[in-house]
Design a protein around this ligand. Structure first.
Ligand SMILES: [Zn+2]
Length: 91
């Protein structure tokens, strides 16, 4: 049996434990590092809008003058995700 270490996407440590499942059955993990801002994470996100890289791209496209519907078309995320990210970052 192969042993695969799961790393926390925030602090990169392997001090991670399985922590329940998503409604769709995907395994959820918890980071045990107390100083880490991230508590729960998944190995593979089916919801692309939850990824930091996608969020940054939404903000970058907005700053470059792309409208909500342009971003929805290019990044294939929902309009609610685009609106949440563009308004949350400015406050
Ligand atoms: Zn962590």
């Amino acid at each position: 049996m192969a042993l695969v270490y799961v790393h926390c996407p925030e602090c990169q440590r392997i001090d991670v434990v399985p922590y329940g499942k998503q409604a769709n059955g995907t395994q959820r993990y918890r980071c045990n590092n107390r100083d880490c801002p991230r508590t729960l994470f998944l190995l593979q996100y089916s919801d692309q809008g939850r990824l930091a890289a996608v969020k940054q791209q939404i903000v970058a496209m907005t700053l470059n003058g792309s409208g909500v519907r342009d971003i929805v078309r290019v990044l294939k995320v929902s309009s609610a995700t685009v609106i949440d990210n563009t308004f949350a970052k400015t406050s």
